[in-house]
Write a protein that binds this ligand. Structure first.
Ligand code: SAH
Length: 437
């Protein structure tokens, strides 16, 4: 399948020129730098005073310090002023750049991987292509091209899970021939629908729960790192929570946001139960990740399907990764909330644990992105693209692929984890999952 896909791919589904990825200048770093802050430090004062900062400050002053998770959720997805809600934040002009935006090879290989594993499962039809947090829709577009080529007679629909009204329109423009937003009072589980040039129906949902039941191929690229995290610390044998407060006067500038440790236990710190073998005394825990992975696992067990989680992360060893990115540079997450992306590394140990315990799910990985792409014969695809590219595009194509696979760039910090129905575990031992072994 892999070889077949690459051979057909050499006919060029579309030229590199027509999908030219952003030119990666020296300042265009992906959001992958190590964290630099300690949670207890106070932040410097904001230079601006946006409405979001005012709202957050008013809330804290009236009801007390809030969990980092609540701050993160408000800053990223507040319906009026949330970071993702009303602008394009990606690419050279934005704050960070992601793998599908760097090279078409990324989405093509992910698409080929999906088709190859779907075929091993007997090519169930119809199926749903689901993407959580599709950004500009570039990965969905590249995967759609592969599926359209290789789905044989199978029928499929596309289901985007997206909270941002602005980005959902950008996604539709990227891969739909026509689209429309439904009226506010619509009772349907989607809020936008469209049709691609090849006639595939596409739907936009606010939550994974709203995606119809059915065999699904689910993608999540840099989605889980955007979900809120709680910060917890072990003090005298008890978990306490790091909260966000407003400084009054003592040292920090009055009115600025700062981290404080809760005096007593919070609902999250008292209910938190570490995974077996936990040795950290300070960590980040995402209840929202737990919830969404649980839903995904139940869905895969009930309806059948495959999920591929792609993100930067660790395997339960990191302690302090909550950070912000603004114009491709690290930024203080407590300064000018809403003006910068907030993110935290994904804890793949937690993702795997939840998937395996909440549903009967068989997980593969995590494996490093560089290894996955190499095992998917990324270099062969690179050579094909280079053979057909204009001389002035050669360098950008080569450096894009290098950026995705080089361990010093995105090759090892980004990881892939796959989920399959647990009933297939023995089958998958016999026919190992491509890219993971
Ligand atoms: N996958 C894309 C974009 C990553 S940025 C890429 O790799 O280029 C995170 C995406 O998740 C954005 O589209 C953002 O609007 C969306 N998002 C963030 N929080 C979300 C939530 N709670 N529910 C649904 N979508 C969310």
């Amino acid at each position: 399948m892999l070889r077949e896909a690459l051979r057909i791919g050499s006919r060029r589904w579309y030229s590199y020129k027509s999908v030219r990825r952003p030119n990666l200048g020296a300042t265009s770093a992906p959001k992958m730098e190590p964290p630099k802050k300690q949670p207890e430090s106070s932040s410097k004062a904001e230079s601006g005073d946006g409405s979001l900062a005012k709202q957050l400050r008013a809330k804290i002053l009236s009801t007390g310090p809030i969990p980092v998770a609540e701050y993160m959720r408000e800053v990223l997805t507040n319906p009026q002023a949330g970071y993702y809600m009303n602008r394009d934040v990606f690419g050279r002009e934005g704050d960070f750049i992601t793998s599908p935006e760097i090279s078409q090879i990324f989405g093509e290989l992910v698409g080929i991987w999906l088709v190859s594993e779907w075929r091993k499962m007997g090519s169930p039809s119809p199926f749903q292509l689901v993407e959580l947090g599709p950004g500009r829709g570039t990965l969905a577009r590249d995967v759609l091209k592969v599926l359209t080529k290789f789905k044989q007679d199978a029928e499929f629909s596309m289901h985007m899970v997206e909270v941002s009204p602005f980005l959902s329109k950008a996604q539709a423009q990227r891969f739909c021939y026509s689209h429309q937003t439904l009226p506010e009072d619509s009772q349907l589980p989607h809020y936008q629908e469209g049709t691609t040039a090849s006639g595939t129906k596409a739907f936009w949902h606010r939550r994974l729960e709203d995606v119809p039941q059915g065999f699904s191929l689910v993608l999540a690229h840099e989605f889980f790192d955007a979900l809120p995290v709680h910060k917890l610390q072990l003090v005298d044998g008890k978990w306490q929570e790091v909260l966000i407060d407003v400084a009054s006067s003592d040292g920090a500038q009055e009115g600025s946001f700062r981290y404080v440790l809760s005096r007593s236990q919070t609902p999250v710190s008292s209910l938190y139960r570490p995974l077996p073998g936990e040795t950290r005394s300070c960590l980040e825990h995402s209840l929202e990740t737990e919830r969404q992975v649980g839903l995904l696992a139940e869905r895969i067990e009930r309806d059948g399907g495959i999920a591929l989680v792609m993100d930067y992360g660790h395997f339960g060893e990191k302690t302090d990764t909550f950070r912000a990115f603004k114009q491709h540079k690290l930024h203080d997450p407590l300064v000018e909330p809403g003006s910068a992306d907030l993110t935290a590394d994904v804890d793949f140990k937690l993702v795997r644990h939840i998937a395996e315990t909440r549903g009967n799910v068989h997980c593969c990985g995590p494996v490093e992105q560089g290894l996955f792409l190499q095992r998917m014969q990324g270099e062969a695809r690179l050579e094909q693209l280079l053979a057909h590219a204009l001389p002035e595009n050669q360098e950008i194509i080569r450096s894009g692929y290098e950026m995705l696979t080089d361990p010093a760039q995105m090759g090892s910090r980004f990881k892939f984890l796959a989920m399959f129905p647990g009933v297939l575990a023995t089958h998958l031992d016999k026919y190992p999952v491509v890219g993971f072994s």
